[in-house]
Design a protein around this ligand. Structure first.
Ligand SMILES: [Ca+2]
Length: 574
């Protein structure tokens, strides 16, 4: 016994600096104060206080409540000793960018106002329509009011900011009195921030709301940060972007929702080794930012490398579901469900990006109004000036176009893409649309070949894009494939094809090898098309018609292949 006490004393004495601390934050505790030591009996009042004192290896437990503050990390952890912030219980801690505003004065009629209002001035030169230049948000009992541009546009359910007069006006639903409601107005431009001085931070179970961030800025905003883990968090009803990762590396985001944000769910610029697992970005861009600029579910811009979206959901956004744009490579989009996005360039949009694996995804009912003639928009999957992408085992249904591949317009060529074992069915315009002036005359390749290109000579020969073993079906009598498109100067196989026989023959005549030698045209026989159940019926013609590609599971996690060969599409039925 005595020996054990001595051993304990020696251990404590030998490593006094490595003992991890646990701090408690509990804003609703009667004794809560930032002058406290952060113990259960004498907890901190704010999360910011905990962030100011934590060291590597420490844990901060935040108790249920609303926290109206910005947390800026000062120190970080290490791989072995991360700093952990834990909401207890999960989902009970709401970090809000809004403040409660009281003492409204009556202006006239049902309109009330606050004078001396100076929050957000004009925010810059972002493109878009409507009120994208301002970032106030007003919530009445948790429900957003709609912003109007001029006083005379006010009606029940709206607010207006008089910039020059420095006043905030509200007109509540049912002409209610704001002094009898909980009125929250967004005032903080970031809610949690970290950078290269604060690596290895874990956040678990927090909700973020009401941030007055501008477009392209995240309510959670990390700059050159690394080693962060976000789990079971959500960001909703912020003015700009939910989560922004600027040049971050080795980040994991798991089971988080970034929904109902003004511009974008998730934004990234540069960075590498970032994984999103089982996350969601839906109902974003309610402010109406330009969807040709940056808005919708996800946009990963600039030279990001190896960003992975696994089992991601992106639905009902105004804008593309997942958009990779410019000079990135090595990404993966696997097992995702991307649907009902409007004003969507595509469900999955790959722009000037290389070596992306796009497998086992469902892309359905994504649409675009196509004002201005970008006819390849509204596609389930869109590859623009992108190369060496592998598009395997996807199911693209009821979009404007199933898959579009655009090659012209930039110096970079769309070449070396493989589109194999996909279902393109019930899309309204074309099942596959290849708009490409270069597909038949590929010239120099300026990017290094991806590592999965084992035989450069073979790939040099096949720098043409390869389509094979896809299933096509249209309900109306119209061409399935548009091949060549108007950019094309005219090659023997350019044209619109209603059946694959002619397509196989024409492409074989032109290039010496056939596209879609194993393709089929048939109703895929989904379990329930109108209910969005795109599993295959036992009598589906897609069963066992795929080419083995090394994709060992399907979208539901079932083993692939089963039976004699892989099934075409996202599901392996048997
Ligand atoms: Ca099979």
């Amino acid at each position: 016994m005595k020996g054990a006490v001595w051993l304990l004393a020696i251990l404590l004495f030998a490593s006094p600096m490595t003992k991890a601390a646990t701090y408690i934050v509990d804003t609703n505790h009667p004794q809560a104060s930032d002058e406290n030591p952060g113990t259960p009996d004498r907890p901190f009042k704010t999360i910011s206080k905990a962030a100011a004192v934590v060291q590597a290896g420490d844990t901060v437990i935040v108790k249920a409540g609303v926290y109206r503050e910005t947390v800026r990390m000062i120190r970080g952890g290490t791989p072995q000793k991360p700093i952990t912030f834990l909401a207890e219980p999960i989902g009970s801690v709401v970090i809000k960018g809004s403040d409660v505003v009281k003492d409204w004065q009556k202006a006239d009629g049902a309109v009330w106002w606050k004078t001396g209002w100076e929050l957000a001035g004009k925010l810059g030169t972002e493109t878009g329509e409507g009120f994208v230049f301002r970032r106030e948000q007003v919530f009445c009992d948790g429900k957003p009011l709609q912003q109007v541009e001029r006083r005379e546009q006010m009606q029940a359910g709206t607010f207006w900011v008089d910039i020059e007069g420095k006043a905030l006006y509200v007109w509540l639903p049912e002409n209610a009195n704001p002094n009898e409601k909980v009125m929250e107005v967004s005032t903080r431009s970031v809610l949690w921030a970290g950078d290269y001085l604060t690596p290895f931070v874990h956040l678990k179970g927090f909700r973020f709301e009401h941030c007055a961030n501008r477009a392209q800025h995240g309510a959670i905003h990390l700059t050159i940060a690394y080693g962060w883990l976000l789990e079971d968090c959500s960001v909703e009803w912020v003015n700009g972007t939910g989560l922004k990762l600027d040049n971050c590396t080795n980040i994991v985001v798991r089971r988080c929702q970034f929904n109902r944000n003004g511009q974008l769910g998730i934004g990234m610029g540069d960075g590498w080794q970032v994984t999103f697992e089982d996350c969601e970005t839906s109902y974003n861009n309610w402010k109406g930012y330009s969807t040709g600029w940056e808005a919708g579910g996800v946009k990963v811009a600039a030279a990001a490398r190896r960003v992975r979206f696994l089992r991601h959901k992106a639905a009902f956004n105004r804008g593309s579901g997942i958009w990779f744009d410019y000079a990135g490579y090595g990404h993966e989009i696997i097992g995702c469900v991307i649907h009902d996005n409007t004003d969507a360039n595509a469900g999955i949009q790959i722009e000037v990006t290389f070596g992306v694996l796009i497998a086992n995804n469902l892309c359905y009912r994504n649409t675009h109004p196509k004002k201005g003639g970008a006819v390849f928009f509204g596609s389930g999957i869109l590859l623009q000036q992108s190369g060496f992408c592998r598009v395997y085992h996807n199911t693209c249904v009821e979009n404007d176009n199933g898959l579009a591949l655009e090659g012209a317009g930039r110096a970079v060529l769309s070449a070396g893409n493989e589109v194999v074992n996909n279902i393109f069915a019930f899309n309204r315009e074309f099942q596959v649309r290849v708009w490409d002036s270069v597909i038949h005359r590929v010239t120099g390749w300026t990017f290094p070949l991806p590592s999965f290109v084992r035989d450069p000579n073979q790939w040099a020969r096949e720098r043409l894009n390869r389509f094979d073993s896809n299933l096509y079906f249209a309900i109306v009598e119209k061409p399935l494939i548009e091949w060549g498109g108007p950019y094309n100067p005219g090659t023997p196989d350019k044209g619109q094809y209603r059946d694959l026989k002619e397509f196989v023959e024409k492409t074989r005549q032109h290039s010496g090898w056939a596209q879609e030698a194993h393709g089929i045209v048939a109703d895929p026989l989904f379990v329930n098309l109108s209910a969005g159940d795109f599993r295959l019926r036992p009598d589906s013609p897609a069963i066992d018609k795929g080419i083995p590609l090394g994709i060992m599971t399907d979208i539901a996690g079932n083993k692939r292949p089963q039976g004699k060969a892989p099934d075409i599409g996202a599901y392996e039925q048997g």
